[in-house]
Design a protein around this ligand. Structure first.
Ligand SMILES: NC(=O)c1ccc[n+]([C@@H]2O[C@H](COP(=O)([O-])OP(=O)(O)OC[C@H]3O[C@@H](n4cnc5c(N)ncnc54)[C@H](OP(=O)(O)O)[C@@H]3O)[C@@H](O)[C@H]2O)c1
Length: 244
């Protein structure tokens, strides 16, 4: 199968391309670094030429209002090119519970991206994942200084990027699902505890102060970000990932 992976040089994309190639598929990674810009449309028709499947794993540089424009423009450009190239399956990777956190404009932007895809004529699959283990480090950095890290105790069910990539690659070659598949890690942890485990694993002695108003995820309430009964749970635990 010929598979174009836009965002194929990123954390998930590079893993997806590796898995697909290892399974004998003709998977090609595309991004601005390879001359394909989904925002301007540059190089997109060439990237999609002859592709049976397109996987879109791009994301904007900022999580603010500009994300709404990014996901609208990139999806519209991608859908136009996919129709011209007669692509048979388009896959995106979104976020579990995105519609349950309306105060996060980035999550609104993901819901917008999903709606644009669902309303198109292209056969599609939407994979929704919880936060990646690899992303926790970034979250810590937003609300830390030399003396402490501040994080809310919001519940999360994070997942290993490798497990996400395996699911995305499997969906790419078996879909289109014409619906959403939710995936999450095996355990629920409050974010402040994920911070404590992360610092402890690298011998960082700074305390994590539980602060309900700290940072990006302070507006996520209750069980918004964790798995429901429709969610496929993966096996890698955060503690195992931290120590391996
Ligand atoms: N972080 C999480 O916990 C989480 C949870 C659920 C879902 N997701 C979603 O999962 C997806 C993959 O995330 P990731 O962490 O793998 O992202 P990433 O490592 O930042 O990779 C993003 C990729 O998109 C490319 N890209 C960015 N802008 C582009 C553009 N205008 N045109 C073409 N390519 C572009 C980047 O390469 P260039 O810079 O070379 O263009 C890169 O290959 C994203 O949609 C993200 O929102 C993330």
């Amino acid at each position: 199968m010929k598979i174009a992976v836009i965002g194929g040089t990123g954390l998930i994309g590079s893993r997806v391309v590796g898995i697909l190639k290892a399974n004998g598929h003709d998977a090609v990674a595309h991004s601005r670094a390879t001359g394909v810009d989904l925002r301007s449309g540059q190089g997109v028709p060439q990237a999609l030429k002859g592709a049976d499947v397109v996987v879109n794993l791009t994301k904007p540089e900022k999580f603010d209002e500009s994300a709404l424009v990014f996901f609208r423009e990139t999806m519209e450009n991608l859908l136009l090119a996919a129709e011209d190239a007669e692509v048979g399956h388009l896959v995106i990777l979104s976020i579990v519970g995105a519609e349950k956190v309306p105060d996060l404009v980035y999550y609104q932007a993901r819901v917008l991206q999903e709606k644009i895809l669902e309303q198109s004529d292209i056969p599609y699959s939407i994979v929704r994942s919880t936060q990646f283990f690899e992303f926790i480090e970034t979250v810590l950095s937003w609300t830390s200084d030399d003396t402490a890290v501040r994080l809310p105790a919001v519940l999360m069910q994070p997942i290993a990027a490798a497990d996400v990539a395996r699911t995305v690659a499997a969906v790419a070659v078996t879909g289109p699902l014409e619906e959403t598949r939710n995936i999450a890690g095996p355990e629920v942890h409050p974010l402040d505890n994920l911070g404590r485990m992360t610092l402890a694993a690298r011998g960082d002695e700074r305390p994590v102060i539980t602060d309900p108003d700290a940072g990006f995820f302070s507006v996520a309430n209750g069980v918004a970000l964790i798995a429901d009964e429709s969610t496929l749970l993966t096996e890698t635990t955060f503690r195992h990932w931290l120590t391996s």
